[in-house]
Design a protein around this ligand. Structure first.
Ligand code: HEM
Length: 414
């Protein structure tokens, strides 16, 4: 059993195997919300790994569900382009936010080069003690013997503090970063599309202001200074600047946030592994990539075919949307042994697709791993166990595998 509610998963399994193959649509947000999409992916991997869905909420699309097929698409960026968008959902034409994750070479490569130094090994070493101190403070303030929301108190707070550090963002206003990130990823119940856009423009102006202050100063080692002084980014139009800022906020926020939550959930669902890590915290560096694989915070990325191409015995036409389901590739038993299980100490724990592959492979991957390593070191120093007391509340989205709430209780301190 992968995780989640066992009977709901059984019902989903029956449905997955009784639906006519050509009617299978794995993009339904409800299934991700109830965490019951797994048997649908399993069937596609076995019976139709390059699968065409003719009609969905997002229009027609191809599903790539096997590990090695995803790698093949990612490495063929001459045919499979990122420029038309990176999620199954279309970006509205009148409000496009250019970002390098959605660009092809050579522009992609030039802009990526500017951002990469912030996450260089040397810079990460500088950040590590700050992250450790901040993580410790957040954990020391947690209540003992009371139920509280892990997502809000720990996962969001920690990643937000981290981002504020990266941007050298005004400290007291750091929750603005969470707010802006959520605007782009969580469907708002209260704001109209126009209002969301207006809020994002506020975000753009806020950062433009910081940009203006920093571009006239000496080159600093925070992200905004780097973009303001970088040769290929310093003359960026406002919308492109906003796009790249949001890319870094979302890239560094939701993903790490949901890995922090998902890791605790995994340990609760696999108590033997929890006991193992408690007994030997030196296994944390091996556990962290397994958390990231098991969670797969980004469920898919999209490419668009630039020309007709034969792939996996099918003809993908120019202009077709191709969805690489990392969530499925990471559960592909032909690439990863016993993939539904959470196992600390796999032989090659970093062999997974959660960070993508090829030229777009996550630029922040080492930073994310470092954050998770530190937080788990600090957790295990303090709390013998943290109990998940209820099924978490998941986001209705086939793009981000995200948690909106997870109730936990810490019985005692060490
Ligand atoms: C567990 C945490 C994370 C996960 C699962 C994750 C996942 C991903 C994925 C799937 C991609 C696209 C890969 C592809 O298309 O092949 C990506 C790209 C990217 N990520 Fe992350 N990410 C994480 C953390 C971070 C952090 C902490 C940052 C920021 C500092 C970040 C910044 C970026 C950027 C800028 C890109 C675009 C890279 C490019 O297009 O060249 N990510 N990430």
């Amino acid at each position: 059993m992968a995780d989640g509610n066992i009977s709901a998963l059984q019902v989903a399994r029956d449905e997955a195997y009784s639906t006519p193959l050509d009617e299978i649509d794995v993009s339904l947000g409800e299934r991700f919300q109830s965490n019951t999409m797994w048997p649908f992916f399993e069937r596609l991997r076995h019976e139709d790994p390059v699968h065409y869905t003719a009609a969905s909420e997002f229009g027609p699309y191809w599903s790539i569900t096997r590990y090695h097929d995803i790698v093949a698409i990612e490495t063929n960026h001459a045919v499979f382009s990122s420029e038309k968008g990176i999620s199954i959902d279309e970006q509205p034409d009148d409000f496009t936010l250019p970002m390098f994750i959605a660009m092809d070479p050579p522009k992609h490569d030039a802009q990526r080069k500017v951002v990469s130094p912030i996450v260089s090994p040397a810079n990460l070493q500088n950040l590590a003690p700050i992250i450790r101190e901040r993580a410790g403070k957040i954990l020391d303030e947690l209540p003992i013997g009371e139920t509280f929301d892990w997502v809000d108190r720990v996962s969001i707070e920690l990643t937000t503090q981290m981002l504020a550090t990266l941007f050298d963002f005004p400290w007291e206003e750091r929750r603005k970063l969470t707010y802006w990130s959520d605007l782009t990823t969580i469907e708002s119940d209260t704001l109209t599309l126009e209002e969301v856009r207006a809020e994002l423009m506020q975000c753009a102006f806020y950062f433009q202001n910081l940009w203006n202050q920093r571009k006239d100063g000496p080159p600093g080692d925070d992200l905004i200074s780097m973009l303001a002084h970088g040769e290929s980014t310093r003359d960026m139009p406002l919308m492109e600047f906003l796009g790249n800022i949001l890319l870094l906020i979302v890239g560094g926020n939701d993903t790490t946030r949901n890995s922090i939550t998902g890791g605790l959930l995994a340990l609760n669902q696999f108590p033997d592994e929890y006991a193992k890590i408690r007994a030997d915290p030196s296994l944390i560096p091996a556990m962290v990539p397994e958390i990231i694989r098991w969670q797969t915070p980004v469920a898919h990325m999209r490419r668009t075919a630039k020309t007709d191409i034969e792939f996996g015995g099918k003809t993908i036409r120019a202009g077709d949307k191709v969805i690489m389901w990392y969530a499925s590739g990471n559960r592909d038993e032909t690439a990863i042994e016993n993939p539904d299980a959470f196992i600390i100490g796999r032989e090659r724990p970093r062999q997974h697709l959660s960070f993508g592959f090829g030229i777009h492979r996550c630029v922040g991957n080492r930073l994310a791993e470092m954050q998770l390593t530190i937080i788990w070191e600090e957790i295990l120093k303090r709390f013998p166990v943290i109990e998940v007391v209820d099924e978490p509340v998941r986001l209705k989205s086939c793009f981000l595998r995200a948690y909106r709430q997870m109730k936990v209780r810490i019985p005692a301190r060490l």
